[in-house]
Design a protein around this ligand. Structure first.
Ligand code: SF4
Length: 423
C-alpha cells in the first residue's frame, strides 16, 4: 500500500498536507480508506499563469517557432527532446540551450507549461489517482484539474518500503502498468452509471493537457520508453471523440515525440459515429486500438443507461466500426458494465453474444462489474451473476475478460472519476 507517513521524507519539491478526510462528502461514504492514503502536493511550483505553453506543440510547430527566432534547425530538435523525452518542466532546465535563448523565449511569454500532478490518492491495491492541474492557454487564472489514474500490475506492485517515503516505487517493482487518461474535464454524454457525467462538460482538454497527463505520470514513476511495458487507455474523464482533433493531436505527440506505441493505446468511445468514421481514416501507425462502450445487450436497455444511443443506436455504431481497417491480430473491444438486474441477466449474455457475432469483427468483450458512486442508483452485480455472464459468453465462443476494479477505494475505478476532493 502506498502510504506517506513523514512529510520530511517526501521530495523537497513538494509538501505533504494530509487531506481533511471528514470534509470530503463523497469519500466519506462508508469507504474503508486509511486517512494517510491521501496526500496533497504543494501546488506552489505549478505554473500559475497561462502564457504560451510549449508543451503540446509538435516538432513542426517548434521548428517554426525557433526559425522565427532565427535559430538553427537543431535547436528545435533539442527543444523537442527536452520537452518530451527529458521531461523538463522549466525553461531553465533546457541544458542544451544557451541562457540567452532561454531568456528570449521567456521574454516572449513562452514557458514549458506542462500539466502537473497536484494531488495523489493511493489505493490499497497500488493504484494511484491524480488530480492534474492543467493550463488552459487562455490566460485565465483558473486552475482546472483533471483526473488521471496509474494502475501498476505484476509481482510486487503493491507493497514495498519505498512507498513509506512517499516516492513512487522503483520501476523494477512493476512489470507493466497502465495509465488511464482523460480527454475532457467532465463529460456531456450522460451515461447513467458514471460519476463523471454528474460534472457535465466543463471544457475540452488541449493536446498538451492530454499528453501532459501521460508524461507527468511517466516522470513520477520513472517510466523508460523502450524498456518498460506501458499501456495507455483513453478512458478517463470525457468522451475522446467529442474532442477529436485535440485527442488525435495528443496521440501523435505521444507516438512521435514521446516515443510510445499506438498498439499499446486504446481509446474508448460511447459510440460517437462521426468520430469513429474519422478514426477509420487515421493511418494505422498513429491509431490506437478501439473500444466501444457497449454496456447493454440491446437498444432498449442501452438507451436507458446511455441516452446517446437515441442518436447513434448500436447498429449505426457497428456499421461505423466496420470501416476501420484493423491491423493483423487487432481486435475491437466491447466494454460492458454489469449493472445488477439491468444488464447482467442470463438472457442479456445471450443477446450480447449474438450481437458480437453479428458484427463479424474480430472482437472481445471486457466485462466490468459496476463501480458504485454516490447519487447513482444502480447496484453492483452479485459475484455469481458476473461469473455466470462471463461463462455464458465464453460458452458462445466470445472471447471475454473480466476487468478487475482498480482503485475502487479511492474512486479511481471505471466510471468513478469526479474530482472527489474539490468543493
Ligand atoms: S462513461 Fe465515459 S462517455 Fe459516459 S459519461 Fe462517463 S466519461 Fe462520459
Amino acid at each position: 500500500m502506498r502510504r506517506i507517513r513523514h512529510a520530511a521524507d517526501f521530495t523537497p519539491l513538494v509538501r505533504l498536507v494530509r487531506h481533511e478526510w471528514s470534509k470530503c462528502s463523497i469519500l466519506s461514504h462508508g469507504m474503508a480508506i486509511r486517512f494517510n492514503q491521501l496526500v496533497r502536493l504543494d501546488a506552489g511550483n505549478a505554473p500559475r499563469e497561462s502564457l504560451r505553453p510549449l508543451f503540446g506543440l509538435d516538432a513542426e510547430t517548434l521548428s517554426a517557432l525557433l526559425a522565427e527566432l532565427r535559430e538553427p534547425a537543431f535547436r528545435a530538435r533539442q527543444l523537442t527532446e527536452a520537452l518530451y523525452r527529458q521531461h523538463i518542466t522549466e525553461l531553465d532546465a533546457i541544458s542544451t540551450f544557451p541562457s540567452t535563448l532561454r531568456r528570449r523565449l521567456a521574454g516572449a511569454g513562452w514557458q514549458v507549461g506542462r500539466p502537473q500532478i497536484v494531488q495523489i490518492f493511493g489505493s490499497v491495491d497500488g493504484t494511484e489517482r491524480y488530480l492534474v492541474e492543467c493550463q488552459n492557454g487562455t490566460g485565465r487564472s483558473d486552475h482546472d484539474t483533471v483526473e488521471t489514474v496509474w494502475m501498476p500490475e505484476g509481482d510486487g506492485g503493491e507493497d514495498g518500503d519505498e512507498a513509506e517515503s512517499g516516492e513512487p516505487k522503483d520501476t523494477k517493482s512493476w512489470s507493466r502498468a497502465t495509465i488511464c487518461v482523460s480527454s475532457q474535464i467532465g463529460c456531456a454524454v450522460n451515461c447513467q452509471f458514471c460519476l463523471t457525467a454528474k460534472l457535465g462538460l466543463q471544457r475540452n482538454l488541449t493536446p498538451g493537457e492530454i499528453a501532459g497527463q501521460v508524461v507527468s505520470v511517466m516522470e513520477r514513476h520513472k517510466v523508460e520508453v523502450g524498456r518498460d511495458r506501458l499501456n495507455l487507455v483513453f478512458m478517463g474523464m470525457g468522451e475522446p471523440f467529442l474532442n477529436y482533433a485535440n485527442f488525435m493531436a495528443a496521440v501523435r505527440l505521444l507516438v512521435r515525440a514521446v516515443g510510445l506505441s499506438p498498439r499499446r493505446m486504446t481509446v474508448s468511445t460511447s459510440g460517437i459515429v462521426p468520430g469513429i468514421e474519422q478514426f477509420a481514416q487515421e493511418p494505422p501507425d498513429l491509431r490506437p486500438k478501439l473500444a466501444i462502450s457497449l454496456n447493454a445487450p440491446n437498444d432498449a436497455v442501452r438507451t436507458e443507461v446511455m441516452p446517446i444511443n437515441r442518436k447513434w443506436p448500436i447498429q449505426s455504431v457497428i456499421d461505423a466500426v466496420r470501416r476501420i481497417e484493423l491491423r493483423p491480430r487487432e481486435r475491437i473491444t466491447f466494454e460492458y458494465v454489469l449493472l445488477s438486474g439491468v444488464t447482467d441477466r442470463p438472457e442479456h449474455a445471450q443477446q450480447v453474444a449474438r450481437l458480437v457475432r453479428r458484427t463479424n469483427l474480430p472482437a472481445k468483450v471486457n466485462l466490468i462489474a459496476w463501480n458504485p458512486g454516490p447519487g447513482i442508483s444502480y447496484s453492483m452485480p452479485a459475484p455469481e451473476s458476473i461469473e455466470g455472464f462471463k461463462a455464458a459468453l465464453a460458452a458462445e465462443g466470445v472471447p471475454v475478460y473480466l476487468r478487475q476494479p482498480r482503485g475502487r477505494d479511492i474512486y479511481a475505478a471505471c466510471g468513478q472519476l469526479k474530482r472527489t476532493v474539490e468543493g
